[in-house]
Design a protein around this ligand. Structure first.
Ligand SMILES: [Zn+2]
Length: 267
């Protein structure tokens, strides 16, 4: 699933292609998860922002076009509207002739048009925690938030509430770097501070490397990201820990595969 670095990589490439362009026509696959695309006809893109894993295009109609890529969503541009993609879920025809298309095999993605800043109908976005790369992400507040629940640390990260944008890959990476046990239900102040730093580090590295391509994710130009070549922990169960050489172990935590070092991820 695309996480913050993948969505940010797409945002940076998408914004210069669509900002200032008017939507001449738009259409969608007949599902309430996508038909909002049609509400953008006649609007002009003013900016493309991101919150967590959500792309938020600001329209001149005081509306936001919100796109969540889900598991397998891909945004791309085309000179002609695709006629042979049975997974095409939404499309926008822009006033320079270009088509913006949203293709999504598994349909966990979402397209919504809402009044600017009003995300009540998108509960995860509405309740999203602070942006990890902004000053809103504070280590002390993060520490208190993690200890306010007795769910596992990693489960809380995936909930998007203590901090936005972290999914399975970057959660495993950040916990490994911070030497935090993903299954732990409490965390020390130093542990939370290390995790706070590690989250920023893995996300910034991920953005710099244009995301992690394991299966479906591609950059906006259709290329692979680079970060999959630099993973320290995620997907490496059975291999030795880069730090202490113990064999990394795999477990299932709240239905998500989780890799960790049983020796050096202690706190
Ligand atoms: Zn280790």
């Amino acid at each position: 699933m695309p996480e913050l670095p993948e969505v940010e990589t797409i945002r940076r490439a998408l914004a210069p292609r669509i900002v200032g362009r008017m939507i001449v026509d738009a259409g969608a696959f007949a599902s309430a998860k996508f038909t909002d695309a049609e509400l953008t006809r006649g609007a002009t893109f003013e900016a493309v922002d991101r919150r967590g894993k959500y792309l938020i295009a600001r329209l001149d109609t005081a509306k936001d076009l919100v796109v969540h890529l889900g598991m397998t969503g891909v945004l791309r541009t085309a000179d002609q509207r695709s006629t042979n993609d049975k997974f095409l879920r939404a499309w926008w025809h822009l006033d320079d002739g270009m088509f913006l298309e949203f293709s999504d095999v598994r349909r966990f993605g979402r397209v919504a048009v809402v009044a600017n800043g009003h995300y009540e109908q998108l509960p995860t976005l509405h309740a999203l925690g602070p942006e990890p790369l902004s000053n809103d992400f504070d280590a002390s507040v993060f520490h208190r938030a993690l200890n306010a629940s007795n769910r596992a640390i990693k489960t809380q990260l995936l909930s998007q509430r203590p901090v936005a944008g972290v999914g399975n890959i970057y959660a495993d990476e950040a916990c490994w770097i911070a030497r935090v046990r993903p299954q732990a239900r409490t965390i020390t102040k130093p542990g939370a501070t290390r995790l706070h730093t590690a989250i920023r580090e893995v996300l910034e590295d991920g953005i710099r490397r244009k995301g992690t391509t394991l299966r479906d994710y591609r950059t906006f130009d259709g290329n692979y990201g680079e970060n999959q070549h630099h993973l320290r922990c995620y997907g490496r169960a059975g291999e030795p820990c880069d730090r202490c050489a113990t064999i990394l172990r795999k477990t299932v935590l709240d239905a998500r595969t989780t890799t960790f070092c049983p020796v050096c991820q202690r706190s």
